[in-house]
Design a protein around this ligand. Structure first.
Ligand SMILES: NC(=O)c1ccc[n+]([C@@H]2O[C@H](COP(=O)([O-])OP(=O)(O)OC[C@H]3O[C@@H](n4cnc5c(N)ncnc54)[C@H](OP(=O)(O)O)[C@@H]3O)[C@@H](O)[C@H]2O)c1
Length: 293
C-alpha cells in the first residue's frame, strides 16, 4: 500500500510519518515538496506517486491571521483539498482529512455530534468547513476526522507556550470559559493508523462508508485547567516553577482577532464504536508528551 502524507513537518504530519510506516510505503512530504498553494504541482505529484491512501495533515492553521488572509486560508483549506479529493477519486484512493471543532459555534450545552448543525465563528472555521464540503461532494472515498486543541512535544502549541511563559513569569492569566479536550498529535496519528487499516479492509470487502468522525482524547477542561495541569506536571521535575500562580480569566478579557467557540467538546462515541477503540484521557497523553523531554 502506498500512503501519501502531506504537511509532514506539522504536529500531526510529523507523527503520521512515523506511525504509518508499518502499514505500507509512506511518502511523507513537507511544504517544499508538496505546496498546497500550487494546485497543478500537487496534482502532478499525486499522479506520479499514485497513492492508495492520501492523508492530508497540511492545512492553513493560523486562526487569527486567517481573519486578514481569507484568500490564502481558502486556497489551502478548500481549493487544494478539492484537488486532493479529485485526484483520490481518479485513483480510487482513500482520502483521510483532518478538520476542526471550529466548524461549530460552541453554543451547544453538550459535546457536539458529527451531524450537529455547523456555524463557524471565524474565517479559519469557514475555510475548514468548505474543505469538508468539497470532499463530501467529490465522490471519493473519504474519512474526515474532526479534532480539537492539538498539542505535541514539537511545533507551536499551547503546551509549548505555557512551558515558555511559566519559565518567564510568576503569574499567568489564562482563559477559563472555553472548554474542550486537549488532544495529542501522536495519539491522533496512532488512531489514524488503526482507522486507515480497518477502512482499507472495509474497502476491500465493499463495506466501507465515507463519513465524518470526531477524534479527540477523552475528558474535558478549560485552557486554564489545561495550563494548571501542564505546570503541575512540570513542577514535579522543576523546583524553580514551584510558585507559579495561574489566574482564570474570561474570554472577554483576552480579545483575539478571531472569535472562538466556548464549547469545543466533541463526542467520540461514533468513532470508538465503529473502530472499536478507546480514547485515553487528555491528562494521560499530556503526561506522556511531557515525559518526552
Ligand atoms: N492545531 C490544532 O489545535 C487543531 C485543532 C483542530 C483541528 N486541527 C486540524 O488538524 C490538522 C493538523 O493540524 P496541526 O496541528 O498538525 O497543524 P500544524 O502543526 O500547524 O501543521 C500544519 C502543516 O501544514 C503545513 N502547511 C501550511 N501551509 C501549507 C502549504 N501551502 N502547503 C503545504 N503544507 C502547508 C505547515 O507547513 P510548515 O511546517 O512549513 O509551516 C505545517 O507543517 C489540520 O487539518 C488542522 O486544521 C488542528
Amino acid at each position: 500500500m502506498k500512503i501519501l502524507v502531506t504537511g509532514c513537518n506539522g504536529q500531526v504530519g510529523f507523527e503520521l510519518a512515523r506511525t504509518l510506516l508499518p502499514l505500507g510505503e509512506v511518502f511523507a512530504l513537507n511544504r517544499e515538496q508538496f505546496d498546497l498553494t500550487n494546485l497543478e504541482s500537487c496534482r502532478a505529484t499525486i499522479q506520479e506517486i499514485s497513492p492508495d491512501v492520501i492523508v492530508n495533515a497540511a492545512a492553513y492553521t493560523a486562526v487569527d491571521k486567517a481573519e486578514t488572509e481569507r484568500e490564502t486560508a481558502f486556497l489551502i483549506n478548500e481549493k487544494a483539498v478539492a484537488v486532493l479529493a479529485q485526484e483520490a477519486k481518479k485513483l480510487n484512493a482513500l482520502l483521510i482529512h483532518y478538520s476542526t471543532d471550529y466548524v461549530f459555534d460552541g453554543t451547544k450545552n453538550a459535546p457536539y455530534n458529527e451531524d450537529d448543525a455547523t456555524n463557524p465563528l471565524n474565517v479559519y472555521g469557514e475555510s475548514k468547513l468548505a474543505g469538508e464540503q468539497v470532499i463530501q461532494q467529490s465522490g471519493a472515498d473519504y474519512l474526515i476526522l474532526r479534532t480539537t486543541w492539538v498539542f505535541a512535544s514539537r511545533g507551536q502549541n499551547f503546551v509549548k507556550s505555557i512551558l515558555r511563559l511559566a519559565a518567564e513569569r510568576e503569574e499567568l492569566n489564562i482563559v477559563a470559559d472555553q472548554i474542550g479536550a486537549p488532544t495529542s498529535a501522536r495519539f491522533i496519528a496512532e488512531t489514524t493508523a488503526h482507522i486507515l487499516r480497518q477502512s482499507q479492509q472495509e474497502r476491500g470487502a465493499k463495506t466501507f462508508k465515507s463519513d465524518i468522525y470526531n477524534l479527540t482524547n477523552s475528558g474535558e477542561t478549560s485552557w486554564h485547567g489545561f495550563a494548571e495541569k501542564i505546570v503541575e506536571l512540570v513542577k514535579l521535575q522543576n523546583t524553580e516553577l514551584k510558585n507559579r500562580v495561574i489566574n482564570p480569566i474570561p474570554t472577554t478579557a483576552y480579545p483575539t482577532p478571531a472569535k472562538r467557540p466556548l464549547n469545543s467538546r466533541l463526542s467520540t462515541q461514533k468513532l470508538t464504536q465503529h473502530f472499536n477503540l478507546k480514547m485515553p484521557s487528555w491528562e494521560t497523553v499530556l503526561e506522556l508528551c511531557l515525559a518526552e523531554k
